[in-house]
Ligand binder design. Structure first.
Ligand code: TYC
Length: 102
């Protein structure tokens, strides 16, 4: 709670509902059809990974079913998910990218 003074008049304002903004994992989901090389290219292009990192994450997703590409603010995570899914659809691959609150 705070007192805000405007024109010398005190008004009560209840605004203490700010905490640290949540962070979101961007997650890649496995499927049977998307080529491994395409997944590696996506990880390198959209998540700034080098070839070794991208292959590791791709193989993790391939064997475990899903895997984390990175952790971002809500805004950045939403943008990554949209861009990856649009890019995959443009190239006619079923690759799915989602986000999960930490
Ligand atoms: N399972 C795919 C294949 O065998 C490769 C793949 C990996 C697909 C990760 C999606 O998120 C994925 N070609």
């Amino acid at each position: 709670h705070e007192r805000d003074y405007e024109h010398g008049i005190a008004v009560e304002s209840a605004k203490p509902k700010l905490g640290k903004p949540p962070m979101f994992q961007v997650v890649l989901i496995n499927d049977d059809y998307t080529p491994m090389d395409f997944v590696v290219e996506v990880l390198r292009s959209f998540f700034a990974m080098n070839q070794e990192q991208a292959v590791q994450v791709m193989l993790h997703v391939h064997t475990r079913g899903k895997g984390v590409c990175g952790v971002f603010s809500r805004e950045v995570a939403e943008t990554k998910v949209t861009q990856v899914n649009e890019y995959s659809r443009t190239h006619q691959h079923p690759l799915m990218c989602t986000m999960e609150k930490l």
